[in-house]
Write a protein of this length. Sequence first.
Length: 218
Amino acid sequence: MGERWQAVDNYIAAKLLGDDDALAATLANNADQGLPPIDVSAAQGKMLFLLAQIAGAKRILEIGTLGGYSTIWLARALPDDGEMVTMELEAHHADVARANLERAGVAGQVDIRIGLATDSLAAMTDEPPFDFVFIDADKQNNAHYVHEAIRLGRPGTTIVVDNVVREGGVLEIASDDEKIIGTRALFDMLAAEPRLDATAVQTVGAKKWDGFVLARVK
Ligand code: SAH
Ligand code: DHB
Ligand code: MG
């Protein structure tokens, strides 16, 4: 089925997304620079853009920049006076992302914080709240990142977490894969968190079988 999922994503992209030089150049540059091809798909990127616009987001937080592909989609959803913070562990990824954001014309609205996201988050105090948070970094820390998103958000803040199905791996109770353990800890945390309304939606497509969490701070 994987080829057919890809073909349908190609159809969706051709019909609804159009050609996009900045995004195509970003993916090409990422590959040239040795970054892994684990960006969100084009259709998922547009979904993030739409969700951020529907939320009326003026301040967006992203955890996990890679080459800035999802960053560009989200930054494009911002109004002129909006701003985005994106967190990335690897300095090389951040360098590649900065060049991609500049080419896309959104660098002026995006602040890349390099280092462990746990540290960058802990350093954030007395900031205006974020309206929209996209979590897409080390899956081990996902429950912690959602806690931080609540702390840095406000009632109504939208939270999206990528890669929470992992080709069904989320069902593996006895897995020793830290990404699966972290994903299951995320679901346990969401189930016990009274400050959120949350769901998870499975997806297939260019990124195989996976899914995302969508949550809203009450
Ligand atoms: N959101 C991107 C893909 C992110 S891939 C997109 O869709 O285009 C995950 C990224 O998280 C990688 O670049 C990885 O280096 C980074 N990362 C992993 N662990 C991290 C951590 N502890 N803190 C911050 N970033 C981390
Ligand atoms: C992985 C991470 C991602 O953010 C993604 O979209 C796909 C895979 C990973 O770490 O394997
Ligand atoms: Mg991801």
